[in-house]
Design a protein around this ligand. Structure first.
Ligand SMILES: C[S@@+](CC[C@H](N)C(=O)[O-])C[C@H]1O[C@@H](n2cnc3c(N)ncnc32)[C@H](O)[C@@H]1O
Length: 232
């Protein structure tokens, strides 16, 4: 799977690409990630990417020129482009595990990271297939949202996680939050691991985990329980 990330701060991505599962998928060739500097598509001495908004108002807006050229560069030959162009914006669809599962089937994702007041509407009208928000709050730029999308999609690439079931038995994939996890030692500062987990009885363990997941979901995210009941 290919990712292109268009940003004015490529250096922000170095840590994310050099650690953990993302690094492993890059090394094994499961993912190809290119960070593209928007300023490489400017033509003036100052490498300007933004200008003041028509009609007045605060802040600056990304101009269409550099973004059109950067996206065209990332798409390559029109007939060969088999992907989607995604704009990270607080005005988009709210990101979710379901969207991550949908995006992992797209062979080539081009992500545009906005800054300032956002991007010229003509970019959205002509180039962008999907607008994605990571939640109802406003960040200073689209780089952290792009990392969120990248991380949550990369870990769903078949073979990216050590165990194929890791992405199946976890929060949201089941419609519920995950159950509590324990590891050694069995006693720590007077607190014991629940007996059932040490019993070796897999049927009982599975039942306990389901009950715990349901309890946790009812407490923290009751709307997920309602949604699941409505589906059944
Ligand atoms: C300060 S924000 C612009 C906010 C915009 N004026 C608005 O009110 O919708 C600058 C950039 O940060 C990114 N951004 C901020 N919050 C985001 C969020 N919740 N999800 C995705 N991207 C976000 C977008 O790329 C956006 O263009």
């Amino acid at each position: 799977m290919r990712f292109d990330i268009i940003t004015i701060f490529p250096e922000l991505f170095s840590g994310v690409l050099e650690c953990g599962i993302i690094r492993r998928t890059l090394q094994s060739g499961m993912a190809e990630i290119r960070v593209v500097n928007l300023r490489d598509f400017t033509r003036d001495r100052h490498r300007s990417v933004d200008d003041r908004p028509y009609g007045g108002g605060e802040g600056m807006v990304f101009m269409p020129g550099p973004l059109f050229e950067a996206v065209e560069f990332c798409r390559g030959r029109e007939e060969e482009f088999d992907g989607q162009v995604v704009l990270l914006t607080p005005q988009g669809e709210v990101w979710s595990q379901n969207l991550a599962a949908e995006f992992v089937t797209i062979p080539h994702l081009i992500m545009i990271c906005g800054r300032y007041e956002g991007v010229d509407q003509r970019v959205i009208d002509n180039l962008v297939d999907r607008e994605i928000s990571i939640g109802d709050f406003v960040l200073t730029g689209g780089e952290i949202p792009a990392m969120v999308v990248l991380d949550s999609v990369v870990r769903l690439i078949p073979g990216a996680l050590g165990h194929p079931d890791s992405a199946v038995n976890e929060s949201f994939s089941t419609g519920m939050l995950d159950y509590p996890q324990y590891t050694r030692p069995a006693q720590y500062r007077g607190q014991a691991v629940p007996d059932v987990l040490l019993s070796g009885n897999h049927a009982k363990i599975e039942k306990w985990r389901k009950e715990q997941a349901l309890e946790k979901t009812k407490r923290a995210r009751p709307e997920l329980v309602d949604k699941k009941s409505a589906q059944n």
